[in-house]
Design a protein around this ligand. Structure first.
Ligand code: NAD
Ligand code: UDP
Length: 311
């Protein structure tokens, strides 16, 4: 079984490559290194079953593979807003190129979609049949709408060309190897707490998110990929819901930090609440997240302590 992981040098991608290699698979890791790092997959480079391809998914490529995990796309608002047109191209042309490849070589393809397809949701918790509440012209739209059209493409390639698709709607995922300057909340807070700087709460910090530890997510992605006849989107996330202020307090406690809190303006279109309904994943994949926030944060903080300069 030869498996292509696009975005394989990124945060989630590198954990997925590692797990697939551990399970004896042959892995092709494809990345343009926009937010991915060689160091994330450095320990895999010597493995004869691992191959690294520097390539941009907006360009076509022909590879002989059995499965494709299409993860290529910056996930942090800071990074996906840096070049929004490129973010749209990555989502749309990337999906077309990877679906074309899947069609040609008859590979099964899994798309890393996102809870952002629900936008600022009016249904809580979010179920897969909710169509979402998304601004098509806001600063998050390049990502949200890009991911929505990728879902459309996946579904139309399935209906029209019988491509064997899987769609994972991933909710906020965190863990070791997140970039220190990633801009997402967990990495920002840990770096700030370790440096003794105030933690930056955007707005009042009353908005909520549900945080899934990366190992749990990888298990869910692999179960989804390897379950037959599941062509509709599936939520993958941890239903534990926390305000951003609660997260800040937890991070300060775990880091043993003396940092305080500071408030910055809330970015436009920032979703007010988010929590996955994971009944479908529980029933169809027999999947449940197993690592509570406190434990996952402890593991993540341990990783950041080794990397972050505190003086
Ligand atoms: P990440 O930024 O660490 O990883 C993305 C990877 O894709 C990087 O290695 C980057 O260099 C690569 N990439 C970006 N554009 C590319 C292109 N045009 N061609 C080839 N490679 C490209 O982010 P992540 O958190 O690991 O996210 C991985 C996937 O999961 C993304 O598709 C993201 O949208 C999705 N996702 C992540 C989360 C989360 O909380 N981490 C939540 C929902 C969805
Ligand atoms: N956030 C924050 N401080 C930060 C970074 C983010 O308060 O330093 C907030 C952000 O406004 C959002 C939540 O934390 O409400 C999650 O942000 P992130 O960028 O991690 O993910 P997303 O908004 O895409 O879920």
């Amino acid at each position: 079984m030869r498996i292509l992981v696009t975005g394989g040098a990124g945060f989630i991608g590198s954990h997925l490559c590692e797990r697939l290699i551990d399970e004896g698979r042959e892995v092709l890791c494809l990345d343009n290194f926009f937010t991915g790092r060689r160091v994330n997959i450095f320990h895999l480079l010597d493995n004869p079953r691992f191959e690294l391809i520097r390539h941009d998914v907006t360009e076509p490529i022909l590879l002989e593979v059995d499965q494709i995990y299409n993860l290529a796309c910056p996930a942090s608002p800071v990074h996906y807003q840096y070049n929004p047109v490129k973010t749209v191209k990555t989502n749309v042309m990337g999906a077309i190129n990877m679906l074309g490849l899947a069609k040609r070589v008859r590979a099964r393809i899994l798309q890393a979609s996102t809870s952002e397809v629900y936008g600022d949701p009016l249904v809580h918790p979010q179920t897969e049949d909710y169509w979402g509440h998304v601004n098509p012209i806001g600063i998050r739209s390049c990502y949200d709408e890009g991911k929505r059209i990728a879902e459309t493409l996946m579904t139309d390639y399935h209906r029209q060309n019988k491509v064997d698709i899987r769609i994972a709607r991933i909710f906020n995922t965190y863990g070791p190897r997140m970039l220190e300057d990633d801009g997402r909340v967990v990495s920002n807070f840990i770096v700030q707490a370790l440096r003794g700087e105030p933690l930056t709460l955007y707005g009042e910090g009353e908005q909520t998110r549900s945080f899934c530890y990366v190992d749990d997510l990888i298990e869910g992605l692999m179960r989804l990929m390897n379950t037959d006849d599941l062509h509709a989107p599936i939520n993958l996330g941890n239903p534990g819901e926390f305000t951003i202020k609660q997260l800040a307090e937890e991070v300060i406690k775990i880091c043993g930090s003396k940092s305080g809190l500071t408030h910055l303006p809330l970015p436009a279109d920032d979703p007010r609440q988010r929590k996955p309904d994971i009944s479908k994943a529980q029933t169809l994949l027999k999947w449940n997240p197993t690592i509570p926030l406190h434990e996952g944060l402890e593991r993540t903080v341990a990783d950041f302590k080794e990397r972050v300069k505190t003086t």
